[in-house]
Design a protein around this ligand. Structure first.
Ligand SMILES: [Zn+2]
Length: 74
């Protein structure tokens, strides 16, 4: 396995994604994968709050750290 894409090389047009793991506030030792697209501001998270609401503080914090704005509502 490798981290290259289907072209087998790094694609300069590939989305820039910032990813991190955020600790669960309710379950010690549990972490969630948080990803933020640095170009669009779109974020995702594995936590139940994100699954339920489509947003969560993990994504908000990741955006803030990356210095990107949340995408405008459709
Ligand atoms: Zn979250």
């Amino acid at each position: 396995m490798s981290t290259t894409n289907t072209h087998g090389r790094v694609d300069p047009s590939a989305p820039r994604i910032a990813s991190r793991r955020a600790r669960s506030a309710s379950t010690p030792g549990l972490t969630y994968l948080v990803e933020v697209n640095l170009d669009t501001g779109f974020g995702s998270c594995e936590c139940p709050g994100y699954a339920f609401r489509g947003r969560c503080r993990h994504v908000d914090e990741a955006r803030q750290d990356a210095g990107v704005e949340a995408p405008a509502p459709a």
